[in-house]
Write a protein that binds this ligand. Structure first.
Ligand code: F6P
Length: 342
């Protein structure tokens, strides 16, 4: 058996841990051979591959990024994209694929699976918004980084009695904002799932100043003000049609400063949340996903994605979990109301 492995979409901590566990189990238990496909679907379309054996995965467990490279190439928007991928698989004698990606990459995997390509998906993203799985790897690391940043911002905010706005990633979902905001003791948390009212945020900021503390406002990059347009710096779109976000934090700090007459500044955490070494939990989850993906291929469970349900890793049909993002339920968000403005 020859198995191709690719990592697609935005990178996230733990990708290398999956690659390592897939290769180690496939080679050591089943004597399979592996082919590394470079740069996600980009390498699959253009036939760019890398050697992938046990030697190639030695030492990569704690490394951030991906040794295979990644891209946001969408083969469904390229002429004969699917046929070109089939050509690459044929040229390398690849029998099956392990596709490690977020919603976009896995939607392509689902289409390819429908077209008869044997593959298994592994969910990744710092955003934790892939459907069908309780958690994705990469999320825990990103939340840890954002929480540390919020802890640091509290002390400087207090020294200067300023409002500090922290913009975190999360285009469609507020999982990072909610978890890091709660863990870091933020005084307001704004997520894409719930339009926010600037007047209400001002009231939270003012009540925090009234008790002689400085407010920390955590805002997900995809959060939008009520009856407002999404605030973006750059209107260009990637191949999956997503606008390049970033701008809501600056906009909000300006609004808060002019409405409350208290100085407000913004910190945009950006790609810092995606870089560097994965947390222990992300290495654990990524390793388990890799082991289970190999077993799914061995069992011929193609067209499925490995997923975490409670503490079990299960298989779910790709077709059932792609096409939408997993959002923060309102009820969960509302659990933390008591901390806002206090
Ligand atoms: O999808 C993961 C993510 O980190 C989002 O939170 C963010 O909006 C996006 O990727 C940024 O992508 P890129 O840096 O690849 O443009």
């Amino acid at each position: 058996m020859r198995v191709g492995v690719l990592t697609g979409g935005g990178d996230c901590p733990g990708l290398n841990a999956v690659i390592r566990s897939v290769v180690r189990k496939g080679v050591q238990e089943y004597a399979w051979e592996f082919v590394g496909i470079a740069d996600g679907w980009g390498g699959a379309v253009k036939d760019v591959t890398r050697p992938l054996d046990v030697a190639a995965v030695r030492g990569i467990l704690p490394l951030g990024g991906t040794i295979l490279g990644s891209s946001r190439t969408n083969p469904l928007r390229i002429d004969n994209g699917i046929d070109r991928i089939r050509g690459t698989l044929r040229a390398h004698g690849i029998d099956a694929l392990v596709v490690i990606g977020g919603e976009d990459t896995l939607s392509v995997a689902s289409a390819l699976s429908d077209a008869g390509v044997d593959l298994v998906g592994v969910p990744k993203t710092i955003d934790n918004d892939v459907g069908g799985t309780d958690y994705t790897f990469g999320f825990d690391t990103a939340v840890g980084i954002a929480t540390e940043a919020i802890d640091r911002l509290h002390t400087t905010a207090e020294s200067h009695k300023r409002t500090l706005v922290v913009e975190v990633m999360g285009r469609h979902s507020g999982w990072i904002a909610l978890h890091a905001g709660v863990a870091g003791g933020a005084n307001a948390i704004l997520i894409p799932e719930v339009e926010f009212d600037v007047d209400r945020v001002c009231a939270w900021v003012e009540s925090r100043f009234e008790i002689n503390y400085a407010p920390i406002v955590v805002v997900a990059e995809g959060a939008v003000p009520r009856a407002g347009q999404m605030v973006v710096k750059d209107e260009s779109r990637d191949e999956f049609g997503h606008v390049r976000l970033s701008g809501i934090g600056d906009w909000l700090a300006r609004e808060l400063e002019s409405r409350t007459e208290k100085e407000a500044r913004t910190t945009v955490l950006g790609h810092v949340q995606r870089g560097g070494t994965p947390s222990a939990y992300d290495r654990w989850l990524a390793t388990r996903f890799g082991l289970h993906a190999v077993d799914a291929i061995r069992d011929g469970a193609f067209g499925t994605m490995v997923a975490l349900r409670g503490t079990d890793v299960v298989r779910v049909p790709l077709a059932d979990v792609t096409g939408t993002n997993k959002l923060v339920p309102n009820k969960l968000y509302e659990e933390f109301d008591v901390f806002f403005g206090t």
